[in-house]
Design a protein around this ligand. Structure first.
Ligand code: GLA
Length: 386
């Protein structure tokens, strides 16, 4: 599936710069089975890299300026590596500027390079195309200039680049893009960054993403607000239960006992967080035991929490999940990623995929006048040097 993308990217590089690339990198998007909005709340998450990727071609250019071409956008920019890195009005370039800034601020030295890239990760669908862009860039620069950066640090530098652009994200997206492994989901402890792989064996069910085609217009501001609300909630819990250091060691009973000490909003956010942390632990067990029906139930529970308590859903995503709940061929469904649009992730009984797709397409188009897209998920390797 990615062969043509690779060929086109390399050919574009050759046409643009008159020589072959020295390094070619594939950097994947990610899904998340369960554990939403808890990477920055000291939870565990269960993501995986997928076979939708950004392909980058790189070569040194023996100057102090880098030239980067986004093939799909038909746009390019140059950056003088001897000057202070600043944000630009051209948003996509900021992820790359951010990466260059983070590398420089952390003492890594490198010179000018040429780069072209092209992607088949849909943008704004909750599949973390920005993390793929950040981590693929870091991986390429590291390979080109032989920088000593461990995988974990690639993720952390990518995350810092995203913060610099303006989203105070957790570590899940960058970590899973770098550490993905074919047919494995990653149980990541977002506090220690310890992780273990679990078999991505969903037995009689197929993982299918339904892309609502709704883009996240509220995403950045609401995302950052959720973080602040959770911090406020945690400090209230801590002040009443000094033994609690993070959400991980707070329990639902403690949160319920503090309901009248918090605003309704803050209470709903932290109530969701403590329950979601437990759901991920249950979900990992269910997956290991092959109890996919239980995993599916947990997905539905997560969605209702994200919609009602964390309030990061929207009408279109709620309709998709409510309809899935009534459909005998679907045993689990929820919005995936940051929310306010993007995809739902669904466990669909094998053999029923086409009928489900037909039914949802029609219903979605009739209700919202928007085309619903489907992605059959293949769990794949993380960032790779070809
Ligand atoms: C976005 C962020 C992640 C994570 C998810 C929600 O994808 O980048 O760090 O918080 O939202 O789980």
């Amino acid at each position: 599936m990615n062969d043509i993308l690779i060929q086109n990217t390399v050919a574009f590089f050759e046409k643009s710069f008159g020589s072959s690339p020295q390094k070619t990198v594939l950097s994947p998007g990610r899904i998340n089975i369960i554990g939403e909005h808890i990477d920055y709340n000291d939870g565990y998450v269960l993501p995986a890299a997928i076979d939708k990727v950004i392909c980058f071609a790189f070569a040194k250019n023996n100057t102090t300026t880098s030239k980067i071409i986004a093939i799909d956008l038909n746009e390019e920019f140059e950056i003088d590596l001897t000057q202070e890195v600043k944000l630009s009005d051209v948003v996509w370039t900021n992820y790359i500027r951010g990466v260059i800034k983070q590398l420089q601020d952390n003492g890594f030295s490198f010179e000018g390079f040429n780069c072209v890239f092209s992607s088949n990760i849909p943008v704004g669908s909750g599949l973390s195309s920005s993390a793929a862009l950040e981590c693929g860039m870091i991986f390429g620069i590291k390979s080109l200039f032989d920088l000593k950066i461990e995988k974990k640090d690639i993720s952390l530098l990518g995350q810092k680049a995203e913060h610099w652009v303006g989203i105070n994200c957790g570590i899940m997206d960058q970590f899973s893009s770098v550490h993905g492994l074919e047919n494995k989901v990653i149980q990541l402890d977002c506090n220690t960054l310890d992780f273990e792989y679990h078999n991505a064996d969903f037995k009689d069910y197929s993982l299918i993403l339904f892309d609502s085609n709704v883009k996240h217009s509220l995403f950045t501001s609401e995302y950052n607000t959720r973080r602040i609300e959770c911090e406020e909630g945690l400090s209230i819990i801590k002040s009443h239960f000094p033994e609690v250091k993070t959400f991980r060691n707070a329990n639902e009973e403690q949160v319920l006992s503090l309901k009248d000490k918090m605003t309704d909003k803050v209470f709903s956010r932290v109530h969701f967080v403590v329950k979601e942390i437990n759901r991920v632990i249950k979900a990992c067990k269910a997956l290991d035991q092959g109890n996919i029906e239980q995993l599916g139930e947990l997905l539905f529970e997560t969605h209702y929490g994200l919609s009602q308590e964390y309030e990061v859903s929207c009408e279109e995503l709620d309709m998709l999940v409510d309809t899935a709940k009534e459909d005998d061929a679907i045993i689990g469904s929820r919005l995936m990623g940051g929310g306010f649009g993007g995809c739902t992730i669904n466990l669909v009984k094998k053999g029923h995929e086409n009928e489900v797709k037909r039914k949802f397409s029609k219903l979605y188009l009739d209700t919202f006048g928007i085309e619903l897209k489907f992605y059959d998920v293949k769990i794949s390797n993380g960032t790779t040097l070809l």
